[in-house]
Design a protein around this ligand. Structure first.
Ligand code: PEP
Ligand code: MN
Length: 304
């Protein structure tokens, strides 16, 4: 191109300047697909899947212990549970805060699981990171630049959920904010987007999974619980996610969904989760992936 912007090469018709909203997260910024490893061994993006499971909210020691025990036995390797809940109504249950972080940590340690939990406020990043292997940034905060930056400065792996009305470009740009602070350990989580159709809570954009594979080196998982809002739709969509090439999934599990303080409609009970997990292995094999490795016996609980 000469100084007037005119292309002089005879084989080039015209040049389009593509604005680069994200650079570090682009597929071609790395030679290989990234693997995000959590302390304790769980990883996202390698051959092995990451299976994250647990209640929407941590409600009590007994509740989180029962879920942790069951999901570990069924083959999950990451325990999820909300301590700080970003509820639509300020009158809804807001989570048990720091008490819940302690309960999560204790339960995870007993059953050999890693912890992922949401952080809402940049001022809480350090506290949450002191209890969890992974910080979740939820759909409502995907555009919260100070939170993205603080999570980036923490250098703790980040699970970045897609904004409920975010384009893929906006989502990857949010990931770029985290990476720009020096934290390359970002995992994307497709959790459905809002649409005209309210038949399901959100619309799961499963095509995002293979598309992300073309656009970014970052690992990506799927949350079929928030995507569908309906427990019976969660197992087929979790299996479909793995078939589509997701690096794992995140599902809500509650010992008694009907009594859950948050998101009971979309939560699997323990039997439903266990039944679903017995079907994941064959889909994983077909997709060229492996179930997470777990030590066979975790404090007396035999992993299946
Ligand atoms: C959650 O994981 O409990 C949650 C609130 O998710 P999202 O941000 O996707 O709504
Ligand atoms: Mn939830």
């Amino acid at each position: 191109m000469n100084e007037n912007g005119v292309v002089e090469a005879p084989s080039v018709g015209y040049v389009v300047d593509v604005p680069q909203h994200y650079r570090l997260v682009r597929k071609d910024a790395r030679r290989e697909h990234s693997i995000v490893r959590l302390r304790g061994g769980a990883s996202f993006g390698g051959d092995e899947l990451a299976i994250c499971a647990g209640p929407c909210s941590v409600e009590s020691e007994q509740q989180i212990d029962a879920v942790a025990r069951a999901v570990a036995a069924a083959g999950a390797n990451v325990l999820r549970g909300g301590a700080y809940k970003p509820r639509t109504s300020p009158y809804s249950f807001q989570g048990l805060g720091a008490d819940a972080l302690k309960m999560l940590r204790d339960a995870a340690d007993v059953y050999g699981l890693a912890v992922v939990t949401e952080v809402l406020d940049p001022r809480d990043v350090e506290l949450v990171a002191s209890y969890a292997e992974m910080l979740q940034i939820g759909t409502r905060n995907m555009h919260n630049v100070p939170l993205l930056r603080e999570a980036g400065r923490s250098r703790v792996p980040v699970l970045l959920k897609r904004g409920r009305a975010a384009t893929i470009e906006e989502w990857l740009s949010a990931a770029e904010y985290v990476m720009l602070e020096g934290n390359a350990d970002v995992v994307l989580c497709e959790r459905g987007v809002r649409s005209f159709d309210t038949a399901t809570r959100n619309v799961l954009d499963l095509a995002a999974v293979p598309l992300l594979r073309e656009l970014t080196h970052l690992p990506a998982i799927v949350d079929p619980s928030h995507a569908t809002g309906m427990a019976r739709l969660v197992p087929p969509m979790a299996l479909a996610s793995i078939a589509a090439g997701a690096d794992g999934f995140l599902v809500e599990v509650h010992p008694e969904p009907a009594r859950a303080l948050c998101d009971g409609m979309q939560s699997l009970d323990i039997d439903q989760f266990t039944a679903m997990m017995s079907r994941v292995g064959s889909v994983a094999t077909a997709a060229g992936r492996r179930m997470p490795w777990r030590s066979n016996v975790v404090r007396g609980v035999t992993a299946s």
